[in-house]
Design a protein around this ligand. Structure first.
Ligand code: GLA
Ligand code: ZN
Length: 678
């Protein structure tokens, strides 16, 4: 991809102001003033690009693109499939999505087309081909932005039919499907694929294997559509890479899979800042950044972020001064090669008229937000060398969507809430606090690159994960896994012969029963040695295990399972496996990962204790390591001498650490060190 340094800019919809050329002129002037070098155009412009069927009008877009390019501003070109024109919906109702009770939607909104409809595909192909031909070799086009935030599902007869074909391909015979889904239960067996209906709240909704396969199908069908879009550009000669923007923790699609259909991963981040300690929001957001980077193990793009407040969240909070800068650098720290906003200019009407923008309704540049954006632009321009640099974590967390789908659908030990996401964030935060980079991977990934692997609540085992984990530990890896792991196979059928399936020898125990706790209940983990010592509260789920070689480090304090193991450790091959039996708090995980990494001698990025509200992250080029220290507190952070000494071995590229080791409130410091400094 073109190296412009870090891309800075965002979504720009000039079609809303075509009748007001003076506004478009101002946009250009202001973009230059704000250090913007990239815009995304065309995503929601279908009715401007093809006002009548087959009648294309690209001149307005070409003019904008040319003018921007002449002024040093590049374009990420959108395809318009995210919102269709009225004529298309009126003429071809099959393009409109059908909901899960069978009701066809009317024209309106966006992101609501059928991914299967041959007509929709054909219309998208036609316009994409035209766009590809027109802009496919334009030097101002950096990248194609396919549609917008693909998501949702369609339940029309075309999709139903495609689902049956998908099942036939997956299972080959109806007997295999029946066995995999365990349809003998309630005698729901099928005689042929034609009989299978997709899940519905007014039909079948409790066959877990069916629900899981439907979600897989939705991903595959969406992916097929993404590929269709990309192919139509390619066939027209467009050579630029393609992306599509992913969403925060979106559960409707398996992004690991979908990412294979694009060249570059990009995503839209809208964290709710200022609701709790900023560092907590930063950890959650950082985990998503790491997830996006880990999808391709390559730099990603921050495609959208809000320069001030959104207008669609429960409360639209302004970002306090300095927060936008901090969050923007956090994206870069975790591997983004861009800082892009939604949006450059605020719409005067309709549903996003109060959504934050670089240029607001006032229309001039003497605003707090514009000034902060401009200063970010200046800083990013100075640090272009970061673009394209990688991240090589020693630690990985498995965070797997198929696992989550299955676990949260299963009627099991705690239908009120299993807290998979929260548990992963706790584990992730504990590792980050120690100063490690973390890859957030799925069961499809290899484990060879890591020394530490966290695999919490891995309910569903697939892709040979048990073999990969066994090998990882045997070869010297440190594994932390937990309760409610290795329970079902990839069709959500329970494994016979004890759990965690295939790993009982590795963890040195067998899980026998699991207790669901009421919201008001808790238990405690206390040292198994009987000494006075740390005790950790645990809630929600308590696993009862039988040791088969492992040693109990902690035991339960209360209930009939008082004295049963609550945390265990087992040596296996040259590695160690820790098994956490209950849903413990952050304090427990913080101490556990500290102990695990110290005992195994896994070195974090820095020496010394990192202040609680500071995040340490790094990126690497062939020659250098770039260390980012970010203070998410509204108070200055003070670094201890050992940490300071360690940092002073490098060159400060951005920000300041005062002689006394102070990082200002919301401050970011970037230090460049020779790669093999230690
Ligand atoms: C999403 C969309 C944008 C816009 C923003 C508003 O991320 O992609 O078009 O609606 O949300 O926050
Ligand atoms: Zn459909």
């Amino acid at each position: 991809m073109k190296n412009l340094g870090i891309w800075h800019g965002g979504d720009y919809s000039p079609e809303q102001w075509l009748q007001e050329p003076e506004i478009l002129e101002k946009d250009l002037e202001y973009m230059k003033k704000a250090g913007i070098n990239t815009v995304t155009m065309g995503m929601f412009a279908w009715s401007f690009l093809e006002p009548e069927e087959g009648k294309y009008e690209f001149s307005w877009l070409k003019e904008r693109l040319d003018q921007l390019y002449e002024n040093g501003i590049y374009t990420i070109m959108g395809t318009p499939s995210g919102a269709r024109p009225k004529w298309l919906a009126d003429k071809y109702p099959e393009v409109l999505r059908v909901d899960d009770t069978g009701r066809r939607q009317r024209f309106g909104g966006r992101h609501n087309h059928c991914y299967t409809s041959p007509v929709y595909r054909e219309k998208v192909k036609q316009i994409n081909e035209r766009l590809g031909k027109e802009f496919g070799s334009h030097p101002g086009v950096l990248l194609w932005h396919l549609s917008n935030e693909y998501g949702g599902e369609c339940h029309c007869p075309l999709c139903q039919d495609a689902f049956r074909k998908w099942l036939e391909q997956r299972y080959g015979s109806i007997e295999r499907l029946n066995r995999s889904w365990c349809t003998a239960f309630w005698s729901h067996g099928y005689q042929s694929f034609d009989q299978v209906e997709k899940p519905s709240p007014i039909g079948e909704s409790m066959v877990h294997g069916l629900n899981l396969d439907w979600k897989r199908f939705v991903t595959d069908q969406t992916m097929d559509f993404v590929r269709w879009e990309a192919a139509s550009l390619r066939e027209a000669g467009a050579g630029q890479p393609v992306t599509t923007n992913f969403m925060y923790d979106y559960q409707g699609l398996n992004y690991r899979k979908l990412s294979q259909a694009v060249d570059v991963v990009s995503w839209d981040t809208y964290p709710l800042w200022h609701k709790e300690k900023e560092i907590l929001t930063a950890r959650d957001n950082g985990m998503q950044h790491d997830f996006m980077r880990s999808l391709k193990k390559k730099p990603f793009l921050l495609m959208e972020s809000c320069p001030s407040s959104t207008n669609w969240q429960g409360v639209s909070k302004l970002k306090k001064p300095g927060l936008l800068r901090l969050a923007s650098w956090q994206a870069v720290a975790h591997g983004s090669d861009s800082v892009l906003y939604f949006q450059i200019r605020q719409s005067p009407g309709s549903s996003e008229k109060f959504h934050g923008a670089v240029i607001d309704h006032y229309g001039k540049t003497d605003t707090r937000v514009f000034e902060e954006v401009s200063s970010i632009g200046k800083e990013l321009a100075l640090l272009g060398e970061l673009s394209g640099t990688g991240v090589r974590p020693k630690a990985a967390l498995i965070y797997d969507m198929e696992n989550r789908w299955a676990m949260e659908d299963a009627q099991g030990p705690r239908n009120k809430g299993l807290y998979y996401h929260e548990t992963c964030v706790k584990v992730y935060s504990a590792i980050k606090k120690l100063g490690f980079n973390v890859d957030v991977i799925t069961m499809d990934d290899g484990l060879e690159d890591y020394q530490l692997l966290a695999a919490p609540m891995l309910y569903l085992y697939r892709s040979g994960i048990e073999e990969k984990i066994e090998e990882f530990v045997r070869n010297g890896g440190q594994l932390v896994t937990t309760y409610w792991s290795g329970i079902v196979d990839e069709s959500d059928r329970c494994f016979p012969g004890g759990v965690p399936h295939g790993l009982q020898e590795v963890v040195g125990l067998r899980s026998t029963e699991i207790d669901g706790l009421y919201d008001w209940e808790s238990n405690y983990m206390v040292p198994a040695s009987g000494e006075e010592g740390d005790r950790y509260e645990c809630r929600n789920l308590c696993d009862l295990v039988r040791l088969e070689g492992a040693e109990a480090l902690m035991i339960y304090k209360n209930d009939f399972y008082k004295g049963y193991p609550a945390l265990t450790k087992n040596h296996y091959g040259s590695g160690t496996a820790f098994y956490v039996c209950a849903d413990a708090g952050q304090d427990f995980y913080d101490d556990l990962f500290w102990k695990v990494t110290c005992e195994a001698g896994i070195q974090p990025l820095v020496e010394g204790i990192i202040p609680e509200e500071v995040e340490v992250t790094s990126r690497e080029s062939k020659q250098y390591e770039y260390l980012f220290l970010q203070n998410f507190s509204q108070k200055p952070a003070v670094l201890e001498q050992r940490l300071l000494d360690c940092l002073l071995k490098g060159t400060v590229l951005l920000g300041e650490i005062s002689g006394k080791g102070v990082i200002e409130s919301f401050g970011t410091v970037i230090i460049r060190r020779d790669l093999h400094w230690n």
